[in-house]
Design a protein around this ligand. Structure first.
Ligand code: ZN
Length: 307
C-alpha cells in the first residue's frame, strides 16, 4: 500500500499513521521527521535545510522533494509506505507523481482527514506535554479533563504547553493549510484517489474508519504485510518484490537456459535477503544493483531484446 494522509494540522494524521504502521508493517514517512534527521546528521540536504531555517525561510519544495526522493529509494519502502505531511502543495504533489510514475509505482489512495476547525483549535490548544517522559495529554479529553500533572511519572511533574500550541498559531497554520494544501483535495479527487474519513471522535474509532476506507487499497497488496507485521520482523513482503512476470521463452533451449539461470540466481536471492537485513543500506543497494546488472548482462547474451 502506498498512501498519503491528507489533513489540516492537528487532524490526527500522525497518530493514525502510527496505527497503520503497526497494522500493515509499512513505514511512515514524515517530512518533519526526515528533515529533523537530515539536520541532525548534517547530510548535504540537512545543511541546506539548516541554512534556509537559519535565514528564517521555509524549507523549499526542492529540498523537501529531494529528501522524499532519497527516502523512497531505501529498501524498506518496497512493500509500501504512509506519507504523512507530504505533499503539502500542488508542486510537491506533481513532483511526487512523476517520481512514482518513473518507477511504475503510483499511489494507491489519498485519505482526507475531515475535522472541524473549531475542534482542531480545541485539540491543539488543549495539548499538554510531560517534560519528563514526553507523554502528551489533552485537557479536553474525556479521560483526562483539565489535567495539569503527569500521571505516568511517579513524581507527577506539572505538564507544559508548547509555545506553538496556542490558538493564534493554530489559526495561522490553518490559514496556510487552506491556501497551500486544500487544493490537493480536488487534485486527488479528480484522479479518483481521494477517500474521506471522519477524523473526529475517539482514536480507535477513527482507526477503524480509516481501515475501512483503505480496504480497496490494501486488498491489492494483502499478501504478506499483515502477517509480517504481527511477526515483528523487518523482512519485507515478497509478493511486492517479485519482478514483473518474465516473458515466455521462445524455444525449449532458451527455456532450459533460463531455468538454469534461475537455479543459479536463487542463492543470490537469499544473500540479498540477508543483506537487506544488514544495517548498511548503501552497500545493500549497490549489491542489488550489481546483481541486477549481472542479470541484465546474462540476459542480454541469451536474448538481445531483454532489459
Ligand atoms: Zn511524565
Amino acid at each position: 500500500m502506498r498512501i498519503v494522509l491528507l489533513g489540516a494540522p492537528g487532524s490526527g494524521k500522525g497518530t493514525q499513521a502510527q496505527r497503520l504502521v503497526a497494522r500493515f508493517g509499512v513505514p511512515q514517512i514524515s517530512t518533519g521527521d526526515l528533515l529533523r534527521s537530515a539536520v541532525a546528521r548534517g547530510t548535504p540536504l540537512g545543511l541546506k535545510a539548516t541554512a534556509a531555517m537559519d535565514a528564517g525561510a521555509l524549507v523549499s519544495d526542492e529540498i523537501v522533494i529531494a529528501i522524499i526522493r532519497e527516502r523512497l529509494g531505501q529498501m524498506d519502502v518496497a512493500g509500501g509506505y504512509i506519507l504523512d505531511g507530504f505533499p503539502r502543495n500542488l508542486a510537491q504533489a506533481r513532483s511526487l507523481a512523476s517520481m512514482l510514475a518513473a518507477i511504475g509505482q503510483p499511489l494507491d489512495a489519498v485519505v482526507l482527514f475531515n475535522v472541524d476547525y473549531g475542534e482542531i483549535t480545541r485539540r491543539i490548544s488543549g495539548r499538554r506535554t510531560c517534560p519528563n517522559c514526553g507523554t502528551i495529554y489533552n485537557v479536553h479529553d474525556a479521560a483526562t479533563p483539565g489535567i495539569t500533572h503527569c500521571t505516568s511519572c511517579a513524581a507527577g511533574p506539572a505538564l507544559t504547553q508548547r509555545p506553538d500550541d496556542n490558538e493564534q498559531t493554530v489559526t495561522r497554520r490553518l490559514a496556510v493549510y487552506d491556501e497551500q494544501t486544500r487544493p490537493l483535495i480536488e487534485h486527488y479527487r479528480a484522479q479518483g484517489l481521494l477517500r474521506s474519513v471522519d477524523a473526529e471522535g475517539p482514536v480507535d474509532e477513527v482507526t477503524a474508519r480509516l481501515i475501512a476506507v483503505l480496504a480497496p487499497a490494501t486488498a491489492a497488496s494483502r499478501s504478506a504485510p499483515m502477517r509480517k507485521a504481527k511477526a515483528k520482523t523487518k523482512a519485507k513482503p515478497k509478493a511486492k518484490r517479485k519482478p514483473k512476470p518474465k516473458p515466455k521463452p521462445k524455444t525449449k533451449a532458451k527455456a532450459k537456459a533460463k531455468a538454469k539461470a534461475r537455479g543459479k540466481a536463487r542463492p543470490k536471492a537469499k544473500q540479498r535477503a540477508k543483506a537487506r537485513l544488514a544495517p548498511a543500506r548503501k552497500a545493500t543497494r549497490t549489491s542489488v544493483r550489481k546483481t541486477a546488472r549481472k542479470k541484465a548482462r546474462k540476459g542480454s547474451r541469451k536474448s538481445p531484446r531483454r532489459g
